[in-house]
Design a protein around this ligand. Sequence first.
Ligand code: EPZ
Length: 422
Amino acid sequence: MDKLIIEGSRKLKGSVRISGAKNACLPILAATLLADEKCVIKNSPNSLRDIMTMLKLLKALGMKSVVEGDTIIIEPVGERKSFAPYKLVSTMRASVCVLGPLVGKLKQANVSFPGGCIIGPRPIDLHFKGISRLGVDLKIKKGYIVARAKELHGADIYLGGHFGSSVLATANTMMAAVLAKGKTVIESAACEPEVKDLADFLVKMGAKIKGHGSPRIEIEGVKRLGGAEHSVIPDRIEAGTYIIASAITDGDIIIKNANLEHLTAVTDKLTEAGVSITRAADGIRVRRKKALSPVDATMLPYPGFPTDMQAQMMSLMSVTKGISVITEKIYPGRFMHVSELNRMGAQIHLEGPSAIVKGIKRLSGAPVMASDLRASAALVLAGLAADDKTEISRVYHLDRGYERIEEKLRKLGARIWREKEI
Ligand code: EPZ
């Protein structure tokens, strides 16, 4: 296992290029299972472990892929299979998004039940609700989701849950519905840009979808889908993480290949806190113009403040003088980073789904442990701002979602490197 070492207290300067969005690319790759012909996926974050895991899973399902730089060429070869094994699904929850396309295309699927994870219980009742409304019989047998259908038919489906809409349940239902007979309407659909990007890709393949990006998606089933070429949207969470990297180090950086429209809630909050975020000729310029002030933030479905930026925002607030309250309404227990930030001197205490952050002047470097992807990013940010040396163990979490993070940060002037853990 590797660990990251950071010598902090250096202002970041220069420019960084944002990769394609992991959470858009994964369902898009799953959607290629619906295609009868070759698909070309560009701007894919191909060095991420999750993308490699998805390609392994698609291979097991009868797809052949070739990776060239940030492009994936993928096509069906030989017999299609419908069995997604535990070994692959258990390493990545997003594997569950092969369920919709498999059942849509083959009328059957055996997909390992994904289970919970460190950020919370993560049920899949909404996936079940959406797909079964299309006429699919779904059962859980021996740890597998067993799906069977004679024919899929369109339906009116309400997909709202206890915590609002669901990104992957919307994706799964949409992918199952594109080849179903008749019209499907999904109400309370997730509006996240990643869902819209998936729908844009499906439309290029020949699907008839309207309203994606809004809470009401209408799908008219078609008989077949062909191949398509698509460029994945930039990763808004990676972009948001680098925005905070500039703010937390009092740096001045240009972020290239990011889409500010996908980040309105984040940039609005950071602007309120005193971060200057402006469009420059070659990207987005981020710097501080004055001392930062504390802000309260609540995590909500898109277009609200994204839960995947909660931990990073907390690192910033932990060095912003005053009190801020960060409330998590998507995953009320997603606070594994709090105890690690407190090891670095932060003063954060939890009250139910809220973290009360009392900003201090400086964090001090410490050995800390990464628990999940975004918690790891928060520790990197804290380490960049802290005095002395921070050692982050279990960095494999970071490799699931941030392409070449040390290389990108080093180019911005950070002192960060990887070592083998003994
Ligand atoms: C996606 O997960 C992302 N993953 C997550 O990214 C992200 O945190 C999450 O959306 C929320 O934005 C991918 O896109 C691969 P949800 P997803 O279903 O779709 C509840 C990262 O760090 N819910 O939108 O699985 C659920 O418990 C990650 O990149 C149900 O109740 O999340 C949560 O409270 C981790 N029943 C809320 O809905 C269901 O059937 C939203 O979850 C499904 C979800």
